[in-house]
Structure formats: structure tokens, C-alpha cells
Design a protein around this ligand. Structure first.
Ligand code: UDP
Ligand code: MG
Length: 339
């Protein structure tokens, strides 16, 4: 198989693998075993593995630093607290330096062995090769069902076409990543943002394995939040739906009013408490729903206007250098004050 001419950075890095990790101590060893062997075969010595520790409360960070001590291709990034999957991923994407960027989950649900196939797609001229799940192993029927509804609704609502059954598992070129890093938004739905960027993108079908160890970090509540983030980031259709719903209710109310007026004129006005109460309840419910939709967008606008950094990095851990932006900053200030 030919992989075309390898793009290489000044540092000699062809490939960066970026992995957000939250309480993944039991997966770390197996993950690195499989990943290092895949990378060594594909691009020997010319890759880095960026492991972002998203405020784990277990031994994940210790394991990352130990792995980095043993293998100079492994870079650890420690966030100041748990920022969530998408922001942890964004931190790794900001730090990585390779020309091709491979995004992976830490739980081995996305097989690293798909790398050569995805690199082949890049060699054919694609800028993004994303993994599309044709089968999901070991997930509850509820997760599969809700995920399938989510991708279909999102596809209908969003203004850009976001591929179905596709997570963040993908390989992309540096020029796509540079565009992605230049997008400052706080509510990040990385797979949608990559679709929005465009260029030539293609799907690579795969079977999604069971988690190697541990439990999903996406319980129902987080999944709903993620879905609302995705829809509000990529669509204003719910706002339009809100006004359509308002219009529909007004029409119904108007018809009811006509009916009441006719009954009044005919002298049948005594009964009707039940219908009146239901109409009031219905109208109240619809109004709250519409206000809620407005609120979701307004809240996001408020958070975006604050322009806070997306995440704070505590430490970047590499074999040669151990950078600590916060400590470095304090050092610089101290120097300035002393001078
Ligand atoms: N993750 C993270 N921060 C979080 C939750 C999850 O960095 O707050 C990471 C997690 O370690 C994994 C990836 O995001 O590498 C996907 O999470 P998970 O496997 O729990 O999601 P699922 O595959 O069940 O959708
Ligand atoms: Mg998973």
C-alpha cells in the first residue's frame, strides 16, 4: 500500500494522536500498547501521542507521566480541572504539532488499527477521514436508540451536513486543524465544527467495540446537554419552530374565540370550565417551552460574551522539557518586579 509523500513538520512529526482521558487508569496500558505499535509501524519515530488528563480523580495522570518518562513520543497535558470531553480534546488539538492529526477515545472503543486505512484516504487527497459506526458493541439498546435519534434529528435541523453515526474518531490534515483551532466558540461540538470547515471529507466504516474497562462518562443528563449543545451550535431551527408553534397556538386560540363568541350569542355559555382550564394549561405550557428555547440560546450568548479561556493548562509533560505555563508566568512576573 502506498501512502504518498509523508508530510513532516520541522520537528520531524508526521502524526499527532490526541486523546482526552478522564478516569481511564484501567485502559491506559492496553491503549498505549496497541497505539504505540500501530504508530511505530505507520510512521516510526515520527509521531507524538498527546494524552490530555481532564481532571481525573484516579491514577490516570500518574500513568501518563510514567508513560512519558518511558517513551519520548508521549506528551502529557494536565488540565486544571475537569472541563469535559470536547474541551479536553480541544486542549490537545491546540498543543499537538504533527501534520496529520488522529483523534481517539481512551477506552479503545475506536480501534487504533484503523490508522493505515485513514492515512490511505489522506494520501488519496482527502483532508478528513472520519470513522462511521456500522455496529456498536456492548452498548445498551437505550444508548444505541438515543444516539440514532440524535444523529438523525441533528442532521435534519442543522444547516451544515453532519455525518450520521460519526463520533470524533478521525484523521485530519493540519490545514483543517488550523481552521478548527481558529474557531473560538465555547460550546464546542468538534465533529460538527470539522464538517462545517469543509474540504474533502470521507467516511471509513468500522465496528465500534465495547469499552475495554470502566463505565461511560456520558450518563443520560450529560448526553442531553451534549445534544442541546450540538443543536444550538449548528442550528437556529428551534427558534423558528418556537415562532411557528406560537403562530399555530394563536390560530387555535382565535378559532376557539370564534366558537366561544358564537356560543355566547346562542346563549350556551354556562358549561366549559374543563375546556377553559385545558386551554389555559396548554397555552401556559407552550409559552414556557418557547421561552425555554429562547433561554437556551440567550444563555449561550451570555457565556460566549464573557470570552473566558476554554480551559486552563496546569502542565505540559514531555521528556526533554517540562513546561508549566502558570509557573512560567509567575516566574516572569517575579523577574519583572525584581528588576
Ligand atoms: N472524557 C473526558 N472528559 C469527560 C468525559 C469523558 O476527557 O468529562 C473522555 C473519556 O476519557 C473518553 C472520551 O472522552 O476518552 C469519551 O468518553 P466516554 O467513553 O465516556 O463516552 P462514550 O464513548 O460512552 O460516548
Ligand atoms: Mg467510550
Amino acid at each position: 500500500m502506498t501512502l504518498g509523500i509523508d508530510r513532516q513538520t520541522e520537528k520531524g512529526l508526521i502524526l499527532s494522536v490526541v486523546i482526552p482521558c478522564y478516569n481511564e487508569q484501567d485502559n491506559m496500558e492496553a491503549l498505549l500498547d496497541r497505539l504505540v505499535s500501530v504508530c511505530e509501524t505507520a510512521v516510526p519515530g515520527a509521531y507524538e501521542i498527546v494524552l490530555v488528563n481532564d481532571g481525573s480523580s484516579d491514577q490516570t495522570w500518574n500513568m501518563i507521566t510514567r508513560a512519558s518518562d518511558a517513551n519520548k513520543s508521549i506528551v502529557g497535558v494536565n488540565l486544571s480541572r475537569n472541563c469535559g470531553h470536547q474541551l479536553a480534546l480541544s486542549a490537545g488539538l491546540e498543543i499537538c504539532q504533527g501534520e496529520e492529526i488522529f483523534i481517539l477515545d481512551a477506552d479503545l472503543q475506536d480501534p487504533p488499527e484503523l490508522l493505515p486505512e485513514m492515512r490511505q484516504k489522506l494520501a488519496e487527497g482527502y483532508d478528513v477521514a472520519y470513522g462511521t459506526r456500522v455496529h456498536r458493541e456492548g452498548e445498551t439498546w437505550f444508548k444505541r436508540f438515543s444516539a440514532s435519534i440524535f444523529y438523525r434529528v441533528l442532521d435534519k435541523l442543522s444547516d451544515v451536513s453532519i455525518p450520521r453515526d460519526t463520533g470524533d474518531f478521525r484523521l485530519m490534515t493540519r490545514r483543517v486543524l488550523n481552521q478548527l483551532n481558529a474557531m473560538p466558540e465555547r460550546f464546542r461540538f468538534v465533529r460538527g465544527m470539522v464538517s462545517w470547515i469543509g474540504f474533502k471529507q470521507t467516511a471509513v466504516p468500522y465496528r465500534r467495540d465495547e469499552r475495554f474497562a470502566g463505565e461511560t462518562h456520558y450518563p443520560l443528563q450529560k448526553m442531553l446537554r451534549f445534544a442541546v449543545d450540538a443543536v444550538t451550535s449548528f442550528s437556529t431551527v428551534p427558534l423558528r419552530l418556537a415562532s411557528h408553534l406560537g403562530l399555530l397556538c394563536s390560530l387555535i386560540a382565535l378559532t376557539m374565540f370564534g366558537w366561544v363568541a358564537v356560543n355566547f350569542l346562542l346563549g350556551h355559555t354556562v358549561p366549559g370550565w374543563a375546556s377553559l382550564a385545558s386551554i389555559i394549561l396548554l397555552m401556559g405550557g407552550v409559552q414556557l417551552l418557547v421561552l425555554g428555547i429562547f433561554g437556551e440560546y440567550l444563555g449561550r450568548m451570555y457565556m460566549e460574551t464573557k470570552q473566558r479561556p476554554l480551559y486552563i493548562i496546569d502542565q505540559v509533560y514531555r521528556q526533554e522539557v517540562c513546561e508549566n505555563p502558570v509557573h512560567q508566568y509567575l516566574e516572569d512576573i517575579r523577574k519583572l518586579v525584581n528588576d
